[in-house]
Structure formats: C-alpha cells, structure tokens
Design a protein around this ligand. Structure first.
Ligand SMILES: [Zn+2]
Length: 444
C-alpha cells in the first residue's frame, strides 16, 4: 500500500507533475479554442435545447466528455452531484472522475464544462474493474471492517467493495495547513462527521491534532508543548531524525496520522486499531522543532513477515529521496530483528516501482562485489529482503535461469552496470551507526 512521491510519476510510470495533463491531442472539441474560450457557434435549434434540457440533471454514473484545465475534453464518469445554491431545479454541479487519469484528479465541475452532446445514454452500474480485482489479505479485510464496511465472508464481495468505493468517492477536505505548508489533498479521508463540511483543516504539525479554524490552531499552538512526534528518537543524522511512535501508547497521535495520511493515499484502508502498529516518523529538524516529512507504519507482530504496512512522503517533501530512505530504513530494522521482511500487499504500482528500485540497487551492488557463487538464501540473509522478492527482482532483470531443477544467478558485469544505472540513485543513505534501537517487545 505504498504511495511514494506519487505526483512525480503517472500511473503508466512516466515521470510527470500530477498537475500536468497527459497529452491527448486527438480529443479537442471543435467548438472550443485552444485556450478554452468558446468559439462562435451557430445558434442552437429549439430541438437541441429541448433535448439537452431533458437530460438534466445528469444521473450519477453518466459518462460524458468534460473540459479540463488543459482546455481539452476528456471522458469522465459522474461520481456525485450537488445542487447549486440559489440555482434552478436542474442546476447542479458534478463531481467527476477522469477515466484516463488517476483518482487524485477527481473534482467538482460546472455544467458548462460538460459536453452534453457526448452523453452516453447507458448509465454504467458496474463496479470498477480495478476494485473487483483487488485481492485483499485477511488483515486488510479486518481494517476495512473497522471502517464500517460489512465483511461477512472470506472474500469481500462486490457489494462491500462498492460500498467502500461509495464511501470514499468524493474528496472532502481540499487543503490542509501543516507547519509552514498549505497542501492540496489528493483523496478522501474519513474524518469524523463534524468535519465533513470543512474544505480546509488546520493541523498542529507536532501532535497532529486538527482544527476547523486558523484561530483555533493559533490558540492550540500557544498551549501545545510538543516540538517533535511523541515517542522515542531512534535515529539522528545531521538534521534528519526518526521517531518511533507506539500506537498503543499514543493512540490519538496514531489516529490523527492515519487521517492525515489517507488524504494522500488512495487505497489505504483506515484503521482505528492503531494499537497493533508502530509508526516511524521521519523529521527534518531545526530550531523550531522536528517537522514531519513522511512516515511508514509497521505491525508489531506480522504473521506474513511484513516489515512495512503504509508509507508516505508528504507532498512538499517529495522528490528528495525520502521515500527511498524510508524503504531502506524498514529493512535496517528487519536486519536488527534478524528477520526477513516484505512490504504489505497490494503494493500500488508506484510503491512497487520504488521497491523494485531499492531491491535492484541493493542486490546488484552485492552481486557486483561478490566473487564466486551466491545463493538467494545468502542474499536474503545479507539484506533482510524476502527470498520471493529477490527471485522476482532478478527474474525481471533477466539475471536468473532455471537449470537442472534450480535457480542460478547469472551476473554478467556489463548487464549489472546497465541495470544499476537504470535503477537510479539510492538517495539519502541510512547511516546504520546512527540507529539506536531495540526491536519491539510486548510489555506485560
Ligand atoms: Zn499540538
């Protein structure tokens, strides 16, 4: 469920700012000029006017073309609608999902932006394919269960998934203030109902309490005596610190962090059961305090040897190598525990990309230096990377062959160099000598 530095990469993996439109040149409508201003058109016939009026208001589920911020028309699906204040009976605004784009670009649009001539008459009632294909682990089902979606069977049925989608469809909080940043949010987060009418929330950057009004935050900041996340500082190198927060000892902080994180993670399922998790909160420190840049969470006890549940770098701090740092850090903890680890599944495509990069760099560095044979088991012991992840990584790089009933690593030095170059730089290094930590033990 990783989502790391997501705005830099589109769903197909190409690098791009999330505000930039994918190039879609063929779909410009003839009656809109390139800058979006309407071009002079012949007057509408009475019949056309009547036909259009009969469609309104559009039903939820309608598919239609919508003029986007690039002044071009793109296919959308209507997710929700709401009445325009003081408008007529059929005056609605529409919350739309651009079917070509990531859900973080979902937004409210005005009727003028929709091309009614392109309305598809068949309303799509099917659950989105990607939802039905989601395979959930028992653990994730439990988490969804706690967000009040009924789960009665071993498999989440389509209706439950749909309910989950319904519940998470519309972005509620549009922006947040956190420390010195105002940040635009990407996804729905299930804040308590009393916050459902808020467009903006004000967070205390240290205890992560959130408020509806700026004055409330100012009052809070005069009283709040935290200058860093609660819990133990387990790593400090230069201006960078990592804090370990026990969800059981700091329940409210853990919950606040989950509400905040969900604003930037699509398929993260929010759990209130933060007791079972440790949160590793990465901070940039200065004389005003330790400012959170991102975090990952980890189950205290994982039957599936997960060493990371959720991972996030906050948008203002992305593209600085913090996501890679967090991944590397999770493996350093596993090494100290003497266990192998793997991130919880499903990984987002972007999460998988980051992990593939990390695995490639770590494994190929070893293969480059190593003389003689080395087995996957030995690689796993050295790196704390799970054997399956090593196998799939090396297979995807064509560095492994199946001979006489076993996998053989074939490491041609030139090929290794080429792959290492493609995997990019590792970013910020974790300096293990600065990590002061003992693995979690349940206190009786
Ligand atoms: Zn506070």
């Amino acid at each position: 469920m990783g989502s790391i530095d997501t705005p830099t990469i589109t769903e197909n993996g190409s690098t791009q700012s999330h505000a930039a439109a994918p190039a879609a040149d063929g779909d410009q409508k003839p009656h809109a000029s390139a800058n979006g201003a309407p071009v002079e058109m012949p007057p509408e016939s009475e019949a056309t006017k009547r036909r259009r009026a009969s469609m309104l208001p559009l039903e939820v589920g309608t598919r239609v073309m919508c003029r986007w911020r690039d002044a071009k028309y793109h296919p959308v699906k209507v997710i929700e609608r709401r009445k325009v204040p003081y408008g007529g009976a059929n005056d609605y605004e529409y919350y739309v999902h651009y079917t070509e784009f990531n859900r973080r670009l979902d937004e409210w649009v005005k009727l003028e932006q929709l091309d009614l001539d392109s309305v598809e008459t068949v309303v799509d009632e099917k659950v989105e394919d990607k939802v039905t294909s989601l395979k959930m682990t028992r653990h994730q089902k439990r988490k969804i269960d706690e967000t009040h979606v009924e789960v009665g069977h071993e498999e989440l049925d389509a209706a439950s998934l749909r309910e989950h989608e319904e519940f998470t469809k519309v972005k509620n909080i549009a922006t947040i203030e956190l420390g010195r940043y105002e940040i635009e949010t990407w996804y729905f987060s299930p804040f308590p109902p009393e916050y459902s009418d808020c467009l903006k929330l004000y967070f205390c950057e240290f205890c992560l309490n959130f408020m509806k009004r700026k004055e409330q935050l100012q009052r809070h900041m005069r009283k709040c005596d935290l200058k860093h996340p609660p819990g133990d500082e387990i790593y400090r190198s230069g201006t960078l610190s990592m804090f370990e927060v026990d969800g059981k000892k700091n329940k409210v902080y853990g919950q606040n962090l989950c509400y905040l994180a969900k604003l930037f993670l699509d398929h993260k399922t929010l759990y209130y059961d933060v007791d079972l998790f440790l949160f590793y909160v990465l901070c940039e420190c200065d004389d005003r305090g330790c400012h959170m840049v991102g975090y990952f969470s980890k189950e205290k006890h994982s039957e599936e040897s997960y060493n990371l549940a959720c991972i996030l770098t906050l948008p203002p701090y992305q593209r600085k190598g913090y996501g890679k740092f967090l991944i590397a850090f999770s493996y350093e903890l596993s090494k100290k525990e003497g266990k192998v680890g793997t991130p919880e599944r499903p990984l987002s495509d972007l999460g998988l990309l980051s992990y593939r990069g990390y695995w490639t760099r770590v494994l190929l560095d070893i293969l480059k230096k190593h003389k003689g044979n080395i087995s996957i088991k030995e690689l796993s012991d050295m790196t704390a990377i799970k054997a399956e992840d090593i196998l799939t990584t090396l297979q995807s790089l064509d560095l492994i062959q199946y001979r006489k009933g076993q996998h053989v690593i074939c490491a041609d030095p030139k090929l290794l160099d080429r792959h290492l170059k493609a995997a990019g730089r590792g970013g910020l290094e974790v300096d293990v000598s600065k990590l002061i930590w003992t693995p979690y033990k349940e206190q009786s």
